[in-house]
Design a binder for this molecule. Sequence first.
Ligand code: G
Ligand code: G
Ligand code: MN
Ligand code: NA
Length: 255
Amino acid sequence: LVLLEQLRAAVRDGELRVHYQPRQHLPSGTLSGVEALVRWQHPTRGLLQPAEFIDAAEESGVIRDLGAWVLTEAVEQAVRWDAAGGLPGLQMAVNLSARQLADPGLVPRVAGTLARAGLRASRLVLEITETALMSDPEAALATLQELRALGVLLAVDDFGTGYSSFTYLKQFPVDELKIDRSFVTGMTTDAGDRAIVASCVHLAHAMGLVAVAEGVETAAERDALRALGCDQAQGYFFSRPVPPSEVPVPGVVVP
Ligand code: G
Ligand code: G
Ligand code: MN
Ligand code: NA
């Protein structure tokens, strides 16, 4: 409860930070985008990871304000990189929780944030976990259609760990599957994990979606993903999530 009160104040008082994890286009090995990941610069406990506060934010509803802040910050950061001469097509991925997805204010907030910042909608990717999508699939479908109509891209996050049926997957107007890191981690040592990753890549392509692998930690995993035709990848092998000044955006000079 103390943490929750502190978190409310943190959102208000500017203690949140956004770190960015680069994402690579596998065929070319170039930067394709970044995922925005929230941190909390706590006055006494140091830099806190989402694992320490995101569930409390979700359960209490603080996620609404927190999410709105992250979205604005991430969209404005994309515009700052553009203004500094950065890669024009760089994609900015932002995570949405189940509660954010169910919030009737979400669609107008996304539209308003993009319009105020002047960022083209197709530069924004909203990542929604398979579990969040399936908590109320009918409602999710309607919201996804509205978001899609704005022109933003949609990704199914942690793909393979939830309970989505192909019936829904076929209906959800999504652009990307992000293959969960648990499968990627095992793919060079476990035939089952490798088969799952290969199936996810094939499924994504058969449905006209981009396949993105999460949690790549070794060159062997990167090479295996490339061989499978996976389009993009993200993970500690390329970079940990870092503050914006440390993201190597082509064209932007790092101070
Ligand atoms: O680095 P990592 O510890 O950053 O993130 C852990 C989890 O927290 C991930 O599952 C991620 O989706 C979630 N997360 C990180 N930032 C945000 C955010 O801004 N909004 C939401 N809803 N989830 C986030
Ligand atoms: O659930 P989501 O996919 O949004 O979460 C991203 C989370 O995964 C963050 O906590 C991020 O720090 C973490 N992460 C990113 N790359 C790697 C990796 O290569 N290995 C591990 N173990 N975690 C990673
Ligand atoms: Mn994510
Ligand atoms: Na994920």
